[in-house]
Design a protein around this ligand. Sequence first.
Ligand SMILES: Nc1nc2c(c(=O)[nH]1)N[C@H]1C(S)=C(S)[C@@H](COP(=O)(O)O)O[C@H]1N2
Ligand SMILES: [Mo]
Length: 320
Amino acid sequence: MLIKRNRGWEIPEARVTPEHVFFNRRQLMAAGAGALALAAVRPARAADDPSASLYPAKRNPAYGDAGRPVTGEADNSTFNNYYEFGTSKQISDAAMALPIRPWSIAIDGEVEKPMTIAIDDLFKQVTFEERIYRHRCVEAWSMVVPWTGFPLKRLVEIAKPNSNAKYVRFETFNKPDVAVGQKDGLFTSFPWPYIEGVTMAEAMNDLPLMVTGAYGKPLPNSMGSPLRLHLPWKYGFKSIKGIVKVSFVSERPLSFWEQLGPEEYGFWANVNPEVPHPRWSQATEEVLGTGERVPTVLFNGYGAQVADLYKGLDAEKLYM
Ligand SMILES: Nc1nc2c(c(=O)[nH]1)N[C@H]1C(S)=C(S)[C@@H](COP(=O)(O)O)O[C@H]1N2
Ligand SMILES: [Mo]
């Protein structure tokens, strides 16, 4: 029997309200008094992080300058998209409820040997480095962050995928007991857990960073502790936080946002100022912390490293 369920997030307006509403709120904050309130909020730190002694890591000179000033640490750790903890940007306190140890990562799918590895054991197998990257949210704001982490391609090396692996699929925790966005209200009907994915070719590019820290310290919970991804040439929603599973798969993963709004959020999500979001322009972006508006650049300025990945894919919707 076929039962058609009408879920809250299938209502076209409801499913896209959060970004719209909070974009306006953020503009208000940048405009005046709100900015002070923002600065007064203390960044949420990952207390007693056992990986603290691994910081600061050596800066990778190839990514030592993002061409723009680094965004203030307090702005960055208290202005976040992390829907597991609510739809506002002020989730840094709520995110402190997430226990970041014990934490393990499952690696499975088309690999030599599926495994589950404790996060601190994984950290022993990799070398941390610092990279300063630009980040461009699809909501048309941007920031610059000194991330610490290790290349995604190093994780691929550890996982040893076989030739059936065409994509890497990432999955965030699903803990309605501690994550208020997964527990309460309308957003319990979101398609948790948060999923994202990249092609194997994208994974093997030098840019994707498995992020463990920022500003020379372990990540605050609000920024995705203990492990997130950062893809500097794609819109920010691709940079999944709170990762618990990495799967090597033969089929293209269907992401959280693509499930919610396939006309607005596709698989590729490459930054392109000439392709507007269906509801707003992507031509410019507001710099977090300063309120300044600057032009958005194709591939967020990382075309030299990634443009080749998309040759011959003209029929694909590469943006959004
Ligand atoms: N699990 C998870 N990861 C996520 C999100 C989320 O809601 N849940 N939001 C994404 C979006 S839209 C952005 S812009 C970035 C924000 O990262 P930041 O808080 O470090 O700025 O995280 C991305 N990763
Ligand atoms: Mo975003």
